[in-house]
Design a protein around this ligand. Structure first.
Ligand SMILES: [Zn+2]
Length: 183
């Protein structure tokens, strides 16, 4: 699960169409003071062509705390979501890394923050005899190239996702300790 952090740490976020969200502000529900991303603690993520935000805002002026739960589309239109901030926050933090986030190598801070401490449950991975990597690279993660597919013991598996904590499901293959491939 991704950690909560100051929303400022999550920005800027870049859409596929090139437009970027560098700042996010919202008036305090109590006193109207304009709060910035630095006054909000939670998570902001790219989900397909939307930025989803679930955070707790803290007004430095009147000390009011309130939930912020919204979606920003790639034309920067903001839609408020009518659901509990904590539920949406948990959902977003548990969502596997999205292709757009993997491509966003420009924001390594965010991916770095997603890496769990080494204490997470060890996963049992048998070492196959023969691994062949595709020359075709579809991106990179922590300076490591991501091959589009691998052939493991004669079976071709396609790249599925990045798993920073090396969580592997049945039938999946873990490459370089963080890339998940499946048939
Ligand atoms: Zn206030």
């Amino acid at each position: 699960m991704l950690p909560n952090q100051r929303l400022k740490q999550c920005l800027p976020l870049k859409f596929k169409n090139g437009s970027q969200v560098r700042q996010f502000s919202k008036p305090c529900v109590s006193c109207g003071e304009m709060l910035q991303a630095n006054d909000m603690f939670g998570i902001a993520r790219l989900v397909e062509n939307h930025i989803a935000i679930a955070a707790k805002a803290h007004c430095p002026k009147c000390e009011t705390e309130f939930g912020v739960c919204c979606i920003i589309d790639d034309e920067k239109k903001v839609r408020r979501l009518i659901l509990p901030q904590f539920a949406f926050n948990l959902y977003l933090r548990n969502l596997p890394l999205q292709a757009a986030e993997i491509e966003a190598a420009a924001a390594p801070r965010e991916i770095e923050a997603a890496v769990q401490p080494a204490s997470s449950a060890p996963s049992v991975v048998k070492t196959p005899a023969n691994i062949q990597r595709a020359d075709e690279v579809i991106g990179s993660y922590q300076q490591k190239p991501i091959p589009a597919w691998v052939v493991v013991d004669g079976q071709q598996l396609n790249f599925d996702r990045v798993s920073p904590d090396a969580q592997v499901a049945a039938g999946e293959f873990l490459l370089d300790g963080c890339f998940i491939y499946r048939g």
